[in-house]
Structures are given as structure tokens and as C-alpha cells.
Design a protein around this ligand. Structure first.
Ligand SMILES: [Ca+2]
Ligand SMILES: [Ca+2]
Ligand SMILES: [Ca+2]
Ligand SMILES: [Ca+2]
Length: 408
């Protein structure tokens, strides 16, 4: 059974209670896209800054390291991996680290990239910076169109012991988007029909994404923790676009650079599944403190109420995504073991998030008042690696007559 932190702040209990009593308004459930792919109009229009998923887990090969992964710019077709597999040099890809047990992040790891120049085979340079270690640079992995993808270039910085990878990989997320959309439509029509999930097609199968992964020694994280319950680390991904605002010279960016937030993603499916369409952009620009203040609590409760989720399970879901801010929370005292980034029972989501974790089924379990409900897509279409960066190898162009794996 999942171990959930059920502590709920008084203010949020009050906010949720108020919202529950006022949840007679029957707004239709929001559209469902994916974990966070294309979760809001502005993110959909800024694809290079559109986060897909965020993961945090202990390295199963060495629990003294913590692996952080964010995927961006999903749905890259294998035949276009070279042309579309480019990190945007005007986007800052950030991991926000929450280390004090409150809804405000305290530390960050930022990754930015050089422009794509030279030949398609020339890797972009990544710049890894932080407010708790001295930064370093490392090459990304350039995509190719060969039958076999390039081996991932992993750089371990000698000064910090931090390992880094960035490149095109298989999208590690698995979920049947149309089935879920049809199920939601049936809920809205007053006749919930889980049989739509018999479709069981992984909407992400056969497609790639850009992946950024870092592996940080626990020894560098542990000193940052203070007052955090359960020796835990909170992680959220956030992208921001370099802004020309403030510069006096047209076309020149200010120094130091300023950024405008685009997207954020912690707990999977919060924005896409629980926030109503008119507020999705606002949610992406908000902070963990906004979450904890209950800025979106009313919307989340209204959505869950439409699903038929009872107060107990609304409280559980709210405790994960609202009360302490929308952060994945990883218990550093819980061992992670097994292949593909770890798969031992009881150590995965909502304890952090591992690649193998069927997060959609876990969330549906609580939405359905702890009754079994799932999308029947329960594993990735390709094997995850057993070593860092753990994500599966990029999908490559197929030979004539060979299934391309897509399950649209
Ligand atoms: Ca997104
Ligand atoms: Ca904090
Ligand atoms: Ca996949
Ligand atoms: Ca599933």
C-alpha cells in the first residue's frame, strides 16, 4: 500500500471544506492531454519549453546518488530526430529543489544550452549551474537517423561528482490519451464508462522526447536538508524563456539575463487532469506557495468532485499536490532497487517518481476512491536502461515494412 503523507494544513482544510460545500457548480472536467505534454495553451505554443514529465529517484545501482530527470518537447518522430532534437538556447531548464519541508523551493539546478551550430552531428554544449555547487559544462548527445541510436554521452564533473546527460531519448511516459478523454467525456455526460480503457494504446509509443538527466551525490543534497519531514527532497521542473525585456539595445539580451516562466511540472497530471482549461496558463506560472495558499484548491476539488471522488481521497490527493506545493517528494531513507531505474514495491510514486511507475493508475486509484481503475497501458514500449541516464534508447527510423511502434 502506498504510504502517503496525510498531514493537512489547517488553512487548506478550511479552504477545501469551503470548496467542497460550494462544489455544486458543474464545470465540465478539463481536457486531458498527457502527463504534462501540451498541458496549457502557452506551453503548447512554446514546444521547446514544454515539459513532459519530471522524475526523481535514488540510483538503484548506488543509493548514494539521486537521479533527476525532466523531459521536454515531446512527440519527436524518429525520422525527424535530427531536425527537431534541438535544445533551445533561449530556454532555461530548471530543477527546483525544496529542502525545508515548506512550499518554497530553496535550491536549483539550471541547465542551458549553446545554439545548435556546425553539423547535425555536432553536439550542443550544456551549461549546468546551481546555487549550491560550482557549475560545469558538458556536451549533449547529438541525434542521428541511423538504425542504431548514438550511445548516450554521460559526463561526470570531477569537481562535484555530478553526472549529466542531455539528448533525444524514447519518451518514458506511457498513457492512453484518447481513452482517457473519452472516459472523461462519459463522466461529463453523467454515465462514467471505464470500458473506454479497453483500448489500451500507449499514445507515446514510438515517439521520442528531449531528456535532461543529472545524477547528484546524496552527500551534496544531505547538507541542504533542514526541517524536512522524513529526510525528504522535493523536486519540481520549471522552464523559462530568455527575455529581451529590460534591455536598451534591440535584439540584445540583458546581462545578467532575465527569464520569463513558461511551464512547470512536479506531480504528474495535476495541470492536465485537475486544473480547468481557463486557468492552465496561470497554473504553469504559479509557485508552490500559490499551491499551498489554495489558489487552485477550489478548481482541484471541483474537478475531483465531478469524478465522484469522496472527501477522504480528495484530501489525500490535495495533501500530495496542494498542501506542500506541487513537488515530487523523495524519501532519502527508502531504498530503491531493481532494473530500469528501480522497481521494488513501495519505493515509487508518490515517493518521488521512477520511470517504471504507473503514475496514471496510481492517481486513478485515488480518484476512484481507492478502487482499481487504470488505462491498461502499464509499461513503457521499450526497455529502460539499467544505468544512468536510465531512459530508453531513442526510437530510430524503421526499415521498410517494420512496425514503427506508434499507437495513435
Ligand atoms: Ca507541459
Ligand atoms: Ca523551502
Ligand atoms: Ca516510450
Ligand atoms: Ca497505466
Amino acid at each position: 500500500m502506498l504510504q502517503l503523507d496525510l498531514r493537512v494544513r489547517r488553512t487548506v482544510i478550511v479552504a477545501l471544506a469551503v470548496c467542497l460545500s460550494a462544489a455544486a457548480w458543474f464545470a465540465p472536467l478539463p481536457r486531458i492531454n498527457a502527463a504534462d505534454h501540451g498541458d496549457a495553451p502557452l506551453a503548447s505554443l512554446d514546444r521547446s519549453a514544454d515539459i513532459g514529465d519530471t522524475y526523481v529517484f535514488r540510483d538503484p545501482n548506488d543509493n548514494n546518488r539521486i537521479v533527476l530527470i525532466q523531459t521536454v518537447q515531446g512527440f519527436i518522430a524518429p525520422q525527424e530526430a535530427v531536425n527537431f532534437g534541438i535544445f533551445d538556447s533561449n530556454v532555461r531548464y530548471r530543477f527546483e529543489l525544496e529542502t525545508t519541508g515548506d512550499p518554497l523551493f530553496d535550491y536549483f539546478i539550471d541547465v542551458t544550452f549553446s545554439p545548435k551550430t556546425g553539423t547535425p552531428a555536432t553536439p550542443q554544449s550544456a551549461f549546468v549551474t546551481s546555487n549550491f555547487f560550482t557549475g560545469f559544462s558538458a556536451p549533449a548527445t547529438a541525434a542521428n537517423l541511423a538504425p542504431t541510436p548514438p550511445a548516450p554521452t554521460v559526463t561526470t564533473d570531477p569537481g562535484t561528482g555530478i553526472s549529466f546527460y542531455a539528448g533525444v531519448s524514447d519518451d518514458p511516459f506511457f498513457f492512453d490519451i484518447p481513452a482517457f478523454a473519452r472516459f472523461v467525456a462519459s463522466v461529463n455526460a453523467g454515465a462514467p464508462d471505464p470500458s473506454f480503457f479497453n483500448r489500451a494504446r500507449d499514445s507515446f509509443a514510438g515517439y521520442n522526447t528531449l531528456t535532461i538527466a543529472v545524477s547528484v551525490p546524496v552527500a551534496r543534497i544531505q547538507p541542504l536538508l533542514s526541517g524536512a519531514a522524513n529526510n525528504s527532497l522535493g523536486v519540481n521542473a520549471r522552464t523559462a524563456r530568455l527575455s529581451a525585456a529590460g534591455t536598451r539595445i534591440p535584439g540584445r539580451f540583458p546581462t545578467p539575463p532575465t527569464y520569463t516562466n513558461v511551464d512547470r511540472a512536479g506531480i504528474p497530471a495535476v495541470n492536465v487532469a485537475l486544473i480547468p482549461f481557463p486557468r492552465k496558463n496561470e497554473f504553469n506560472l504559479a509557485t508552490g506557495l500559490d499551491d499551498a495558499r489554495g489558489v487552485f484548491a477550489g478548481d482541484i476539488v471541483a474537478t475531483l468532485t465531478r469524478f465522484g471522488t469522496n472527501a477522504t481521497n480528495i484530501g489525500i490527493l490535495a495533501s500530495v499536490a496542494v498542501v506542500q506545493g506541487d513537488f515530487l517528494r523523495l524519501n532519502l531513507g527508502l531504498a530503491n532497487t531493481g532494473p530500469g531505474g528501480g522497481n521494488n514495491a513501495g519505493a515509487g510514486f508518490p515517493n518521488g517518481r521512477r520511470l517504471v511507475d504507473d503514475v496514471i493508475d496510481t492517481i486513478l486509484f485515488f480518484i476512484a476512491n481507492q478502487n482499481a481503475l487504470g488505462d491498461n497501458v502499464n509499461a513503457n514500449d521499450v526497455a529502460f536502461r539499467d544505468t544512468f541516464p536510465f531512459v530508453g534508447a531513442a526510437q530510430q527510423p524503421r526499415d521498410s515494412g517494420v512496425d514503427d511502434n506508434t499507437r495513435n
